[in-house]
Write a protein that binds this ligand. Structure first.
Ligand code: Y12
Ligand code: CO
Length: 171
């Protein structure tokens, strides 16, 4: 089922998510709904809190060399931990909870992570490139943080002004 995506400045996005304890059909339905919702909005990553579920669950589906998102490349991430980070990289990020806004964000270039799959099996991986960026972006959602909080003071001020104007225009 396609679910509503919560957008900034909804306070739900500031909630800290809690660990998943049951790797059951309810979790599987949530992950399936997240995938449908993300694909319907042309996203490449989504955290459960973005559909108002405060659980440590996120999905990432990067496009391949042909720029196509394939379900076999979907990564479902439950209870993630970032174990190691190194290097820095800058990427122009976007977020389905902050639609039509993109800005450069600095993050670690490489990360080592642990997480569970939908069945509760633990995995340990090292990521770099876009996967490392997406993973860090989505993990921030689980802490109640958005990429706009990483902007400089001036860029954030400009964003808030533009966003207020945009929201007013929608009334
Ligand atoms: C690198 C940086 C950030 C991420 C996090 C995941 N971000 C997204 O999936 C962003 C998706 C997005 C899609 C949009 O397109 C539509 O909604 C149709 C979009 O444009 C508009 O809102 C018009 C903005 C963001 C992963 C990797
Ligand atoms: Co996001």
């Amino acid at each position: 089922m396609i679910r509503e995506i919560i957008t900034y400045p909804n306070k739900i996005l500031k909630q800290k998510s809690r660990d998943v304890t049951q790797f059951d059909a309810t979790l599987h339905t949530l992950l399936d709904d997240m995938y449908e919702t993300m694909m319907a909005k042309n996203g490449i990553g989504l955290a459960a809190i973005q559909i108002a579920e405060p659980l440590n669950a996120l999905i990432i589906n990067l496009p391949d060399e042909e720029d196509k998102q394939r379900k076999e490349n979907l990564v479902e991430v439950i209870n993630p931990k970032i174990l190691e980070m190194d290097g820095t990289t800058v990427y122009t990020e976007g977020c389905l909870s902050v639609p039509e806004y993109y800005e450069d964000v600095q993050r670690a270039e490489r990360i080592k992570v642990s997480f569970c799959d939908r069945h509760g099996n633990e995995k340990i991986y090292e990521y770099d490139g876009l996967m490392a960026i997406a993973f860090q972006h989505e993990c921030d959602h689980l802490k109640g943080e958005l990429f706009i909080e990483k902007l400089s003071y001036l860029k954030r001020k400009k964003f808030e002004k533009e966003w207020k104007k945009k929201l007013k225009g929608k009334k």
